[in-house]
Design a protein around this ligand. Sequence first.
Ligand code: CA
Length: 230
Amino acid sequence: MAKTILVVEDEADIRELLAYNLKAEGYEVVEAGRGEEAVSLLRGARPDLILLDLMLPDLSGLEVCRRVRRDPALGRTPVLMLTAKGAEVDRVVGLELGADDYVVKPFSVREVMLRVRAVLARAEGPPPAEEGQLLRRGPLVIDPGRHEARLGDRLFPLTVTEFRLLHQLALRPGRVQSRDALLDLVWGEERFVTPRTVDTHVRRLREKLGGAGGLIETIRGVGYRFRDEG
Ligand code: CA
């Protein structure tokens, strides 16, 4: 059955361009030009993915995203955000807002189509790993019960913070995690740390992981991503 994609964008030519190309790829498309319209369409349309512009004339894309996440019937619907370049990106991928991925404007249609496919594939995959579960990521084995990360027989000498950072990244392979989101997940309430702290710890973590350190990718200006080998 064809997947349904809700395209939310107030600029008609961009919206039509996206809708046209999505239909050409075999998706069903529902269009909304305003945030309120998107929210009212959501329940009936039950899209498999929402392609959501950040800058809308009434409700912002962030507010639409927040409402989607709050609605138990829609909460898990993947959201791919369209954003302008700039500081907003950090908030967009933050856990607070829960966008699954983002594309920066001006974008190439090809790039958007690739991201749509990737986000849908991820949404169809196995459910996200549980916090306490043993993770195998490429050659790495991450054991939250023992706070250990291994590669074959080799045990990495990680500090508690480094381990938690590695674990949080590895729980969401392929997904960009902002520094702020990582601060919340790893450091929690200890808010004397700054986003720079995340960079410092990632650097040390990579050094300790040696060759496997390349599994942690830097997304410039945003944060980090654990490479999705699946
Ligand atoms: Ca717009």
